[in-house]
Design a protein around this ligand. Sequence first.
Ligand code: FAD
Ligand code: UDP
Length: 379
Amino acid sequence: MFDVIVIGAGFAGSVLAERLASQKDLKVLLIERRREIGGNCHDFKNELGILLHKYGPHIFHTDNVKVWEYLSQFTKWDVYFHKTLAVVDGNLVPIPFNINTIYKVFPESKARRMEEALLKHFDYNSKVPILQLNESLDGDLRELADFVYEKIFLHYTEKQWGLKPQEISSEVTGRVPIFVGRDDRYFNDRFQAIPHLGYTEIFRNMLAHKNISLMLNTDFHDVCRIENGDIYFMDQKFEGKLIYTGQLDELFDMKYGALPYRSLRLEFETIPVEWYQPTTNVNYPNNYGFTRITEFKHLHPLNCSSTTILKEYPEPHVPGENLPYYPIFTEQNQILYQKYASESVKVDNLIPVGRLAEYRYYDMDDIVARALEVFEKWI
Ligand code: FAD
Ligand code: UDP
């Protein structure tokens, strides 16, 4: 009946389903446990007509021309440059911390010395991870590093991960480096935009192909099982490929224990003011239980006297109770993940791909690129 079964209708599963259906003329069954498509990128309009991101704010940015051109088949874009402010000692300052931020938080003469020291040690427009700046021996840079570490990274990271910045892979805090320049944008990528009608519309367009059958509200375990390295669908041996984008620990019944994830409690609130804050995101590194507030109207401007905001409260992931939003990047967790990865290679025809299945901090463009690569190399 079907040539390929895909588990999960996020970007990983949807890109592969679309490619296999449209380029290889294969019949694809896409199984999704939620009642909606789009995975964590799903968005929807609330009663005011404001487009909300159900699983947290998603900002598209990429340097990858192939990804940009691929997605552009399914959406028009609105150019959008993401800027983020952080509350530091009661003031709103631009982050990534850059030369403009330095002049906002330090007296002018000290700020000038810090700028000169940065330019002496690093190239203009370069990015310096906080853990690298922390190693600096220059007095002014030391002071800058201590300030940024304490006011921007330490408490935010403790809230977000339950860990100190040194306890988590430098890849994570390195996502928001100190920027040795005056560009206030959060990202420097070549392509930065928001899909004109939102993300869900991209998925709708991708999955509209006649060769794709979609089963929502269905868990992998409801219809499939793996036994002695073989895949069964509705109790019949399935000889086609199984592309699996869920958690590998769940696929193998947690036999080595649960893979640690970080979860979020998301609190949406509608407020009777036209605008709540000056940018889409304001980060609260210190105080408060939440890490950041998102105001969605900035992404899709709308004439409306009220506005909807979202507060993100990080919390431990409890399997079955909340969602596994972020893989936690520590050495110990990678070792545990590798045990599940070795199980997965014993199953012929199983292809694990995606942020959950590969236990990687993939951004949307990374996962689209990864799915396109899987399509080209393996299928
Ligand atoms: P997912 O989107 O998680 O999709 C996996 C799908 O599989 C889900 O729909 C799930 O329900 C389904 N599934 C899992 N197990 C089963 C099962 N057993 N049976 C059936 N279905 C199953 N990226 C950016 O580029 N920019 C951003 O600003 C950004 N912001 C983010 C903010 C937050 C809070 C989070 C958590 C992520 C953010 N990302 C962002 C990353 C982005 O969400 C991911 O890159 C993307 O969602 C990964 O796609 P995926 O298909 O691998 O996983
Ligand atoms: N981070 C921080 N303070 C900030 C912003 C980011 O300490 O104001 C750190 C934190 O550890 C976070 C990581 O940098 O998890 C990556 O931030 P990013 O904004 O990329 O997180 P995401 O949008 O993926 O949640």
